[in-house]
Design a protein. Structure first.
Length: 249
């Protein structure tokens, strides 16, 4: 049994099919990229997995349990955490407070009036650990809105990581970064993923980033899977070359 399983997952908006009959198996410890041209359904797929929008048909299973009737919050509590294309931070709060708040939201009795001190301390410790793993300890005291764009993207990853997920979904983590920021972010993420403790789904347009981080690749085109496999097999796939990679290979 795979850790995360999608069976014939479909999302229709009237006559528009955003995600079309997608089946996927993600094993524990796997780093898998989901790629494809704009409008291929990548972010829509993330929305379906995390419960941001309901599916029209098909199933999402996590650890063998069907998630379809669970809210986005409940799926996060179960062990799915994600980042978004557009950075979602509290800009007036420090990086440390952002990470602490993300961790606190995932703890039992997080918002009850009693026992608040111990919850706060545990959340702060989890947030600090996540900041350290992303190389952000030196800027933890700064307001999130004053961080460089590269550090803001890493802070969002740290916030997701502070929730200690079983599966981490990263939606274009290098979007908007300069070449130098991208190289730095990729090295940080690669270091984070080397121990195999995290299972990761990654949406990314930069193929250098994809081939640096992912061991498996799923290619979407017009909402459907057109290829699935290791990077070399995907590179060699003629349908993928025609639909997306073009001159890259």
């Amino acid at each position: 049994m795979a850790l995360l399983e999608l069976d014939n997952l479909t999302k229709r908006y009237g006559g528009l099919i955003a995600v079309n009959d997608v089946t996927m198996r993600v094993e524990e410890g796997e780093v898998r990229a989901v790629i494809g041209p704009n409008g291929a359904g990548k972010t829509s797929l993330f929305h379906l997995i995390t419960g941001v929008v309901p599916s029209t048909s098909g199933e999402v299973r996590f650890e063998g349990r069907t998630l379809n009737r669970m809210s986005s919050y409940q799926r996060c509590q179960a062990g799915l955490s994600r980042t978004f294309q557009l950075t979602a931070l509290f800009p007036d709060m420090s990086a440390r407070e952002n990470a602490r708040l993300a961790a606190q939201s995932h703890l039992p009795r997080a918002w009850q009036p009693w026992g608040g001190g111990s919850v706060f301390r545990e959340a702060a410790a989890r947030g600090d650990e996540a900041l350290e793993r992303l190389g952000l300890t030196d800027v933890a005291h700064r307001s999130a809105g004053l961080l460089s764009h590269g550090d803001q993207r890493l802070l969002e990853v740290a916030m997701a990581l502070a929730q200690r997920p079983r599966v981490l979904l990263l939606d274009e983590p290098t979007q908007g970064l300069s070449v130098e920021e991208t190289l730095s972010a990729v090295e940080t993420l690669a270091g984070l993923l080397t121990d195999g403790r995290l299972t990761v789904l990654l949406v990314e347009h930069d193929m250098e980033v994809v081939f640096r981080l992912a061991k498996k690749i799923t290619v979407l085109h017009r909402g459907s899977v057109i290829a699935d496999g290791d990077p070399e097999a995907v590179k060699a796939n003629q349908e993928v070359q025609a639909a997306y990679l073009g001159g890259y290979v």
